[in-house]
Design a protein around this ligand. Structure first.
Ligand SMILES: [Zn+2]
Length: 214
């Protein structure tokens, strides 16, 4: 399983997660987690993020494509992406209601990047796509992280166990002893599952980056 399964009629939708405040809308794994973080931050600023469209099935995208025609920035800016190519089908794009509250788009322009969302279609100020944050890769590289997994021992394991405590998986980890055993494996897998990552118990750049980008 990958965080964002390939679009198509046979797409694996098991990692779709509901969006806070928008119970009918879903995104895949980490994009949903990040949206929910963003939704909470917006609410704290008195802004409600209402999602008009998030994940779409391949069939739904085909319907839209038929009805609206193919997207073209000049000749058909209201068009839809060809089925199989939309970030909505990839479960990482959202369309946000910008008419109810004119503060919504300016808020997103100022803050969405913090949560990994970018406005990747300039003519559609309502369309935001999760594309991760630079920290997802930069932090593990900066600390010279060595991949750790079951059987690993030493300073990086101790660091990872400490991070699991910080992430709320302390009870599962048990003792911070620098030994990557069964408990640390289970805690790591629980964290990976909760964030929509590949559940393999291996702490490489993606898992570590995810831990850094709370
Ligand atoms: Zn869109």
């Amino acid at each position: 399983m990958t965080a964002f399964p390939k679009p198509g009629p046979k797409q694996d939708t098991s990692a779709l997660r509901q969006l806070d405040g928008n119970p009918d809308e879903r995104l895949f794994g980490v994009a949903a987690v990040r949206f929910n973080d963003m939704h909470r931050a917006a609410a704290a600023d008195g802004i409600t993020l209402t999602v008009i469209s998030a994940w779409r099935s391949n069939a739904r995208q085909a319907q839209l494509y038929k009805r609206l025609g193919g997207y073209n920035s000049k000749s058909n800016p209201q068009g839809a992406a060809k089925p199989g190519t939309s970030n909505h089908e990839r479960g990482k794009a959202i369309d946000i209601d910008r008419h109810t509250d004119p503060r919504v788009v300016p808020w997103l322009r100022a803050n969405a990047g913090t949560f990994g969302f970018v406005n990747d279609v300039a003519s559609e100020p309502w369309h935001w796509t999760y594309s991760g944050t630079s920290m997802d890769v930069a932090v593990p590289v900066a600390v010279g992280w060595e991949l750790v997994r079951r059987g690993s021992t030493g300073a990086f394991v101790r660091l990872w166990q400490g991070m699991l405590y910080g992430l709320g998986y302390g009870n599962a980890v048990g003792r911070v002893d620098g030994v990557f055993g069964a408990k640390t494996t289970l805690a790591t897998e629980a964290f990976q599952g909760a964030r929509g990552l590949k559940v393999d118990g291996i702490v490489g750049p993606v898992t570590l980056g995810e831990a850094f980008t709370l």
